[in-house]
Design a binder for this molecule. Structure first.
Ligand code: GLV
Ligand code: MN
Ligand code: MN
Length: 409
């Protein structure tokens, strides 16, 4: 029943080829050409492992092994397969490949589960194309309506349904999944931090996930000639944005308890070297383990932005994502720990500073999340790396736990 390391390595490697930035990390934006290539590959593997494949109204991929209880709720295992720009090969795909390997082990060991097993590969967890993030799982949980996804557009103005149709997906299908059809969701993910590697521990059993929010801030000024407009006659949107952004780290530091704030994306318009910028749009990502800190920082960030509002400078703030901190299911946490003990695999309990689809799905079902070590804690960069034997250990814990959850009870 050992996980097959060659098979895991092959899938990770094959998926890593589906990138828009070869030799500069994985860039796999949702509904892109590379998404289509990865999706085709994942669906082929699912079929090879005897799963029945379908895609929902957001293009999340499900591969199903029927249970003896035909209408019983499913145990779902998987993660997301999109990436950040120039990211790594493991954030997301490691969990999808783990799901595939669980299915391969069910097939190899001829396991006939009482409850159905479903392997899932979700879209747009990172929000790199349409902003916000966690889109695939938010659709499944019923948090997105058809007209809302119509309004979600990428930087070129292409909406979610338009982008879906371009790669042959059907946005008219249902997105929301009836929670009664799900028994549990299990996700394996790379840690994206240094703890497991430093402590030489194989598995992190996650107890809770940080609360997080993302704001989209727009500063509007007035364009003008860079050479002829005197300094005291300018309404420079970029200078205003820069002044605001420079104040944000201190707000997070003062809030304390590990609260963090990041401006990771900004767009300058019209973006000409000799034109005074008339518009800047930037993101603010705020996270903390306690919701009150997230709320305090949001208010303080809004106050700073407001203080720059003048006759010639306008500001708007939109909240594109808000997730409360989530504690994950206690029983599943202890099942995961039991599996580690049974397999003699070392583990510790930990909290997650990264957002995960698991936090969304925990609103509609019992969820378990495990971490495997990340080399030097690196993630969201091309250097992201996890040893294959560590991925295999994670798969074994997932497999053992999935067996228990799909058994007759
Ligand atoms: C996803 O990686 C996130 O934590 O934003
Ligand atoms: Mn990520
Ligand atoms: Mn991820």
């Amino acid at each position: 029943m050992k996980a097959n390391q060659e098979r895991i390595e092959k899938h990770i490697k094959n998926l890593s080829h589906f990138t828009a930035t070869p030799n500069q990390g994985t860039t796999r934006l949702t509904y892109s050409e590379e998404d289509l290539q990865a999706r085709t590959y994942i669906k082929e593997q699912m079929k090879a492992y005897g799963l029945e494949v379908r895609e929902d109204g957001l293009g999340n991929i499900f591969g199903r092994l029927e249970g003896e209880k035909k209408d019983g709720p499913s145990v779902i295992v998987g993660s997301h397969f999109d990436s950040v720009p120039n990211g790594g090969d493991y954030d997301g795909p490691a969990g999808v490949v783990a799901g595939l390997e669980v299915a391969a082990l069910f097939q190899e060991n001829r396991v006939k589960p009482a409850y159905p097993l479903e392997i899932i590969a979700m879209v747009e967890e990172e929000g790199s194309r349409f902003g916000g993030g966690l889109m695939g799982s938010r659709g499944i949980a019923g948090y997105l309506q058809k007209d809302a996804i119509q309004q979600m557009k990428d930087k070129d103005g292409i909406s979610v349904p338009e982008a879906m149709k371009k790669i042959g997906l059907d946005p008219s299908l249902e997105m929301k999944r009836n929670p009664e059809t799900i028994k549990a969701f299990l996700e394996m993910h790379i840690e994206q931090g240094p703890v497991l590697e430093e402590e030489q521990i194989s598995i992190g059993v996650v107890e809770s996930i940080v609360g997080l929010t993302q704001l989209e801030v727009t500063i509007t000024g007035k364009a003008g000639h860079a050479g002829t407009t005197p300094m005291d006659r300018r309404s420079d949107a970029l200078v205003t944005a820069a002044n605001i952004i420079a104040k944000l780290p201190q707000i997070a530091i003062e809030e304390g308890e590990g609260t963090v704030a990041t401006v990771g994306r900004h767009e300058v318009f019209p973006n000409g070297a000799n034109v005074i910028p008339d518009k800047v749009v930037f993101s603010v990502d705020i996270r903390s383990s306690k919701e009150i800190h997230v709320k305090n920082v949001v208010q303080k960030v809004k106050d700073v932005i407001n203080s720059y509002e003048m006759d010639n400078i306008q500001t708007t703030v939109e909240q594109s994502l808000y997730m409360q901190p989530k504690e994950l299911n206690k029983e599943i946490r202890s099942l995961l720990k039991d599996s580690c003990e049974q397999l003699d695999i070392s583990y510790l309990t930990m909290n997650s500073g990264a957002g995960h689809d698991a936090m969304v799905l925990s609103d509609i079902t019992d969820v378990g999340l495990i971490f495997v070590p990340s080399k030097e804690g690196l993630s969201h960069c091309p250097e992201e790396w996890t040893a294959i034997h560590e991925l295999a250990a994670g798969v074994e814990v997932l497999y053992e736990t999935t067996l228990k959850l799909t058994e007759e009870s």
